[in-house]
Design a protein around this ligand. Sequence first.
Ligand code: B4P
Length: 194
Amino acid sequence: MYNIVILGPPGSGKGTQSKLIEERYNLLHLSTGDMLRREISEGTDTGKQVKGVIKSGNLVSDEIVTSLIASSIDCDVGHDGFLYDGYPRTVNQAKQLEDLLSHRNMTIDVLLVMEVEKGELVKRLSGRGVAAGRPDDQSIEVINNRLEIYRSITEPLVSHFCQKGICARIDGMGKIEEIFARIRGAIDKMCVRQ
Ligand code: B4P
């Protein structure tokens, strides 16, 4: 089973590339952002708890996101592994994921780190705010808050994983298919796929 993490600032193309990766490698795509938005649209208790947090661009609690991930892993049948999109986002979540996997005799195989210039990130998110109506893409203040949270809380995870030798930095600028080719190169090299 492959366990691949895709990490990067908001707007770096995690969601876009994840759709291509899950199809190419037959992975279950686990986007905590999508899961949380589903909870909100279904009006669940979790959805009610997280609605305001997401709208302001802040992080939802580690316990909520890790329990969403754990139950998805345990329910899966038929995939060759898992693609974690936007999770983990804190050092504590990284530890929780590592524990969760080790209890199931698995480890993280590769961490893809999407790298995109800040101006391009703001342009992409503002464009999506207009096109898709996501509440957390609507204001420049909320976009800047999310970018700052990534820089201060999530980016330190990169060195945690790089020390383990499982990090692949991906240039996320350019056309979607060019970026996907870079990602395929990294996964094929690091996971030594047959
Ligand atoms: P996410 O859903 O993960 O939102 P995101 O960080 O904005 O990433 P997303 O995947 O949507 O965007 P992408 O980089 O693909 O999280 C939303 C919120 O949920 C968080 O702020 C937080 O509150 C909460 N949350 C989620 N996970 C959590 C966790 N683990 N812990 C705590 N809280 C959590 O960018 C896509 C945009 O770029 C699109 O508009 C796309 O069209 C465009 N794009 C992509 N590639 C492009 C390219 N090559 N060229 C031009 N545009 C491109």
